[in-house]
Design a protein around this ligand. Sequence first.
Ligand code: GDD
Length: 402
Amino acid sequence: KVVAVIMVGGPTKGTRFRPLSFNTPKPLIPLAGQPMIHHPISACKKISNLTQIFLIGFYEEREFALYVSSISNELKIPVRYLKEDKPHGSAGALYYFRDRIMEEKPSHVFLLNCDVCCSFPLQGILDAHRSYGGVGTMLVIKVSAEAASQFGELIADPDTKELLHYTEKPETFVSDLINCGVYVFTSDIFKTIEGVYSQIRDTSSNYQSATRSAPVHFVRLDQDILSPLAGKKQLYTYENKDFWEQIKTPAQSLKCSALYLSQFRQTSPRLLASGDGTNKKLMIVGDVYIHPSVKLHPTAKIGPNVSISANVRIGPGVRLISCIILDDVEIKENAVVINSIIGWKSSIGKWSRVQASGDYNDRLGITILGEAVTVEDEVTVIGSIVLQNKTLNVSVQDDIIL
Ligand code: GDD
């Protein structure tokens, strides 16, 4: 038997996702029309002998209740939300729920960060792990040397794939091979974490003040487990050759939405909209997701990289490019939305324009409208973040509207 654990974190962690994370936990914000966390969950479903999926976090239980019950029904596999009373760190959280996780005595436990976007080659990781042995195997990928410092950098033996050295977000360059935040472990991982806890207890007061900035109940997988275990024939690496991105900001989520949409082309083409409606020819360009409840005027032109959630109304002549439109939004005639995320229940007036500033790339601001924002007719919103319940009747650029 195999179980999977997805770390969802909690409300204090989602601040870079504001204003979208004000009313919705970051892991439930849709990418390619499905909650962020849906993508790793459906990848877990493909692992042979998977019996349960646990989401561990410190959000209120009610925030996940509806999603957890609907996804359990849909996939026919139990998905449970386990709530920590306070953050324990990624390894600490796993350890805190060890009895629940090990209830059915699984031979392997997958551990996934919720905020990564990839094709999750989980069966490949498990098969590789079985051939390597040891406590665990982690997914790794090569990135540019400049990008590497935002992640855990590591060195692996090119032949045996053993993890030889690991440093979390180092200030000086170590390696362009980085940690993707996806692991498989045997039950021995719990003994390893237990070992770290007893070390903390033994040396408690001076240890904490000298070398540990985190509280004693807090154990991080990267610094506290991976670094000390490297080079001990306990941890191995599996290189990802497919796409991988981290999802820490709304701009990254727009990019990840595009990656998942293009993955749908291979894995679930039925989720992508096509130009041929039942009786009309719709103007669809590239990869586009449109929820079946959307009311789309046939003269609107949509795509590429657009995902449109439930009950959205799109008027005549509307043009949408590279954007995420959340539930219950209305976009009125001849409005244009490019490189933006439009929050739930917002409304965009006739001939209005909502877009990123300049030549959009990861660093320039995309526009994000929070929940229930009204952009009046003929108003332009460029590279701005607009908090929930605001009404814009004048044009804004590179601004934050509080
Ligand atoms: N339940 C719970 N409790 N989840 C947590 C906690 C906690 O106390 N702390 C973090 N998480 C979750 C986050 O929500 C996220 O999904 C994951 O654990 C990792 O978050 P961080 O510990 O903040 O690390 P990071 O995302 O900056 O970097 C980690 O992931 C990168 C890959 O995306 C590191 O492992 C890097 O080395 C790695 O490259």
